[in-house]
Design a protein around this ligand. Structure first.
Ligand SMILES: [Zn+2]
Length: 294
């Protein structure tokens, strides 16, 4: 704004000044829009886009479920591959398919809050209205699971001035990504997976979709094939899959909001060296208690 003032002071009044003003206003609007839609810029608040980089560990996340045609198949695939992920579920879909939410948690995946209705109106609202949107989803998860999530991802990663305060009030950590599939753009599972595998780095948080909520569904075979090829490709590159909370709890430092504490169960797992694909035989090892986490 200081730069704008200086520029205006140097420009004479008249048509030229009007053009400069219009240009600056346009630039400012574009800047706000880019800041709102690119969480990695940390424009309005700090987003967790990637974990510590010292280990070849990556975390899978799936957005926009649950969906009865896709979620059970995806859970089966992850069980077979012994991978635990984060499912960022939409609150109203969770209310519609509570059994899928419970099944996801029973398989020791984490449930994240992906807003209540996957709308965008909240991004133009007050802090209180943002709280209402994400709290409604939290209530749905709490009714099903007995505890609220501790991770949130906003629809399309959108952010706005009141988001930081709202998520802090709900004790939700804001999770973005550093690698994503862009499934709606590329469609072809082989191409999507190849792109992810090429871009993944130590500590990557990988965003995939079960569907695009309220916009389009993918065929279940597309989702499964994309997930399978991504898993195979990343393993071939030497990456190991860990659950997001474990990725972020590495002792080398976590990009995490003040006041956040690791869950006792995860701390114990790490102490035992059991982070990551911690399953025995065909079964995922369940945590002793899931109270207070998601
Ligand atoms: Zn979404």
């Amino acid at each position: 704004m200081t730069a704008c003032g200086l520029i205006l002071a140097l420009v004479d009044a008249g048509p030229c000044r009007t053009w400069v003003l219009t240009g600056l206003a346009g630039f400012y609007i574009v800047l706000l829009a880019v800041g709102a839609l690119a969480p990695r810029l940390n424009f309005y608040m700090r987003a967790v886009c990637r974990g510590p980089v010292d280990q070849p560990w990556v975390a899978l996340t799936f957005d926009d479920g649950p969906d009865p045609a896709i979620t059970p198949l995806l859970l089966e695939l992850l069980r077979r591959e012994r991978i635990r992920a984060v499912f960022f579920y939409v609150g109203e879909a969770a209310r519609q398919y509570p059994a899928l939410v419970a099944k996801t948690a029973a398989d020791d995946h984490l449930i994240g809050n992906h807003s209540n209705r996957h709308g965008y109106g909240w991004a133009f609202s007050s802090t209180q209205r943002i709280v209402v949107e994400f709290e409604a989803a939290n209530r749905a998860f709490t009714q099903i699971l007995g505890y609220a999530p501790r991770f949130a991802r906003t629809p399309v990663g959108a952010s706005c001035p009141g988001l930081a305060k709202a998520l802090e009030r709900l004790r939700l950590g804001y999770i973005a990504w550093d690698v994503r599939g862009l499934e709606g753009l590329y469609r072809d599972p082989a191409r999507i997976a190849a792109r992810i595998v090429r871009r993944a780095r130590n500590g990557s948080i990988i965003l995939l979709h079960e569907l695009y909520y309220g916009v389009s569904r993918f065929e279940s075979h597309q989702v499964l094939e994309t997930a399978q090829l991504t898993i195979d490709g990343l393993r071939a590159r030497g990456f190991r899959f860990v659950r997001l909370d474990q990725l972020l709890e590495q002792p080398e430092g976590t990009p995490w909001p003040d006041g956040w504490e690791p869950s006792p169960e995860t701390g114990a797992l790490l102490a035992e060296g059991g982070a990551g694909e911690s399953m025995t035989g065909d079964r995922i090892v369940p945590a002793a208690s899931r109270a207070g986490r998601a």
